[in-house]
Design a protein around this ligand. Structure first.
Ligand code: ZN
Length: 370
């Protein structure tokens, strides 16, 4: 479906099964996808078909979706952007890129996925012509007769067209934004692309409701929310442009040492407003971060005497005080709950949470309007 600038492993880690790492990119499959496989097999059996054919079709279809995502990932690699992982959901795949560049690079990365489907459709068409495979007469026959190839050909054309609908979070939305941003600011281009996307979403939703097609309504909702999120993110980014990490950081906070007990951490949690505690070693270096949920989980497992070291997150998000804030903002995408630490050569300087970043964005916008 679409590449997005994702956070770290995110909250789907538990529910996604690791499949392998083609081209060095971890590919995971969400467990709901397995439910869809069973459901599709059952549907096909109910219609008098062979259940395995239904399953085979879904597996082949998702191989095409995976190749589409790898298309984005390979183009991103050409621009030096790493892909953290690809997750396959029942409604499509998502490639998590480490930041999406703007302009021509965004355009090429967005278009690379749908182009893979064009190539696949072309290859399938050649096979169909060479082996003289007939078109199935009815949709029912497509799954029962075993002529999966023509169905797969149609599916790839559908994937191409669907992804080029100019609506976030579809690839077409990014193509539209990148094209518009050649003529206007990135923020304005995003605003227009998001509006077009929401217009399409309302159209999809209306048609879906009229026809009683709830999958279409579901997709419309997904598109509507995706477009809104993208626009909000971009407004935030424009509001903080020109500002630095040090402008947004909280400078009065408590820290823990790696060898502190969880009992000490609990005392701090109860005595302060803080939810996340930077962990700093004896030399003043940042060693990790301990959040509220990790602390509570650690308490249940190790008790009060357990050490902070055992439950803290060892790879916190760290930036320098002079890092531009619009580069800090993407670090919250997909992982909004964990604050970003600000440190220089002397050691820890501050913490940026989503809340105080949000406040800074509000204040900047009011100042700009006023
Ligand atoms: Zn895509």
């Amino acid at each position: 479906m679409t590449p997005h600038a994702g956070g770290r492993e995110g909250h789907d880690g538990l529910w996604a099964l690791h499949l392998g790492s083609p081209l060095g990119i971890p590919v995971r499959i969400h467990f709901t996808f397995l439910l869809v496989l069973v459901w599709f097999g059952f549907l096909n059996w109910q219609r008098g078909g062979r259940p395995l054919l239904g399953v085979a079709f879904i597996v082949l279809l998702f191989t095409c979706v995976l190749l589409h995502e790898l298309g984005h990932a390979m183009m991103a690699r050409r621009f030096g952007v790493r892909t953290r992982q690809i997750v396959l959901y029942p409604i499509g795949g998502v490639a998590s890129l480490e930041g999406i560049p703007s302009g021509a690079a965004e355009l090429l990365i967005a278009i690379a996925g749908p182009l893979v489907n064009v190539v696949l459709a072309g290859l399938l068409l050649i096979v169909k012509v060479v082996f003289a495979i007939p078109w199935p007469v009815s949709p029912q026959e497509m799954v029962t007769s075993g002529s999966l190839m023509p169905l797969l050909l149609v599916a790839n054309i559908a994937l191409f067209l669907f992804n080029l609908v100019p609506a976030f979070p579809m690839d077409g939305g990014r193509v539209l934004r990148a094209t518009l941003s050649f003529f206007m600011t990135h923020e304005k281009a995003t605003g227009i692309a998001a509006l077009v996307g929401q217009g399409f979403a309302i159209l999809f939703g209306g048609v879906g409701l009229l026809k009683g097609d709830f999958i279409l309504v579901f997709i419309a909702l997904f598109v509507f929310l995706g477009a809104g999120q993208e626009a909000a993110f971009e407004r935030g980014r424009a509001a903080v442009s020109g500002r630095l990490a040090r402008d947004a950081m909280v400078t009065r906070f408590d820290t823990l040492a790696p060898q502190d007990s969880l009992g000490r951490a609990t005392e701090l949690l109860l005595a302060t407003h803080q939810q996340d505690f930077p962990v700093v070693d004896a030399w003043g270096r940042v060693a990790g971060i301990l959040g509220r949920s990790a602390l509570l989980e650690g308490l249940a497992r190790l008790g009060q005497s357990g050490a902070v070291l055992e439950v803290m997150r060892r790879e916190p998000k760290v930036v320098r005080p002079e890092t531009p804030l619009d580069q800090v903002l993407p670090l919250f995408q997909g992982d909004a709950g964990t604050p970003v630490l600000v440190a220089d050569d002397e050691g820890l300087r501050g913490i940026i949470t989503l809340e105080n970043l949000g406040e800074l964005i509000e204040v900047s916008r009011r100042l700009r309007e006023g």
